[in-house]
Design a binder for this molecule. Structure first.
Ligand code: GLN
Length: 281
């Protein structure tokens, strides 16, 4: 069978599990051959199907996300390594970087902290944006930290970044953090425990990065009262939120004397809250 025929057949099958069946088939085929998708489409459609394709296709039919099958995901200007130990970076989260760029236009951040860094996506994107900045990422998962460190090293951030073990659900977690920060980024878990998630999320992505109690607000409740001492003068914190969480998270932040703004993602959903210490803080 040719690549072209196999792609058509695979796309038909993948329609059962994916909203983007043809794209998925092409990405898996490119992975099986070891080339980019554009090279595949330009030069390889009449080749014989590579033997590796069937196994990759079977994994996707079992709802495994493309990013875990290929081990890579693009985010902002970067291509990151990912594994099932980390949440797959989503383009929605780029809203936090856009919000930071706008909020800090007059005052580029020198020290950046990423709470729950996972693959390192937000922190490394911010460091790519501000070449003079230094970054610290923390995560409660050692397996995630291992991925974050690989990404930091492979993308050439070397001495500019530290990835540290840290768990804000345990007392004393702030003590190991080096100083105060001009920018704090955080994409915490925020999904309600009993939310209906797509199988490709629920069966494959780390639950510790997704679920945050019955209302999805546990981590905002823990973090917002503890943020102020981590911020340098003029510093801000930017949190990702679920599309329906703006009012609840804003109220939690206001209770800790933050002024709150919100930014929408490209789909128009509330996605990032920008916290500045208020006059009273
Ligand atoms: N946006 C993710 C999802 O629902 C959730 C990410 C998170 O909880 N931080 O797929």
């Amino acid at each position: 069978m040719t690549v072209s025929q196999a792609l058509r057949e695979a796309a038909d099958n993948l329609a059962k599990v994916s909203d983007t069946p043809r794209l998925d088939a092409e990405l898996l085929m490119a992975e099986a051959i070891g080339i980019t998708r554009s090279t595949l489409l330009l030069n390889h459609m009449r080749d014989d199907v590579p033997p590796a394709f069937a196994a990759l296709l079977a994994r996707r039919l079992d709802h495994e996300p493309i990013a875990y099958i290929t081990g890579r995901q693009d985010f902002w200007t970067l291509t990151l390594r990912v594994s099932p130990a980390v949440l797959i970076p989503r383009s929605d989260s780029e809203t936090l970087i856009e919000a930071a760029i706008e909020a800090l236009a007059a005052r580029p951040p020198q020290r950046i902290l990423d709470l729950g860094t996972g693959s390192g996506a937000l922190l490394l994107a911010a460091l790519a944006q501000w070449p003079d900045a230094q970054g610290t990422g923390i995560d409660a998962s050692d397996a995630a930290l291992a991925i974050a460190r690989i990404n930091a090293a492979e993308l050439g951030f070397g001495e500019r970044v530290r990835m540290l073990h840290g768990d804000w659900r345990r007392p004393g977690w702030r003590e190991t953090l080096p100083g105060a920060f001009d920018l704090i980024l955080c994409n915490p878990p925020y999904v309600e425990t009993d939310a209906a998630l797509a199988p490709q999320v629920k069966e494959h992505e780390p639950h510790s990065a997704l679920f945050a109690g019955t209302d999805g607000l546990d981590d905002y409740r823990i973090l917002t009262p503890q943020l102020a001492p981590l911020l340098a003068p003029g510093g801000i914190a930017i949190f990702e939120i679920g599309a329906s969480q703006r009012a609840a998270v804003s109220a939690l932040a206001a209770a800790s004397d933050f002024e709150v703004r919100c930014r929408q993602d490209l789909a128009g959903h509330d996605r990032a809250v920008i916290l500045r210490p208020g006059a009273a803080a």
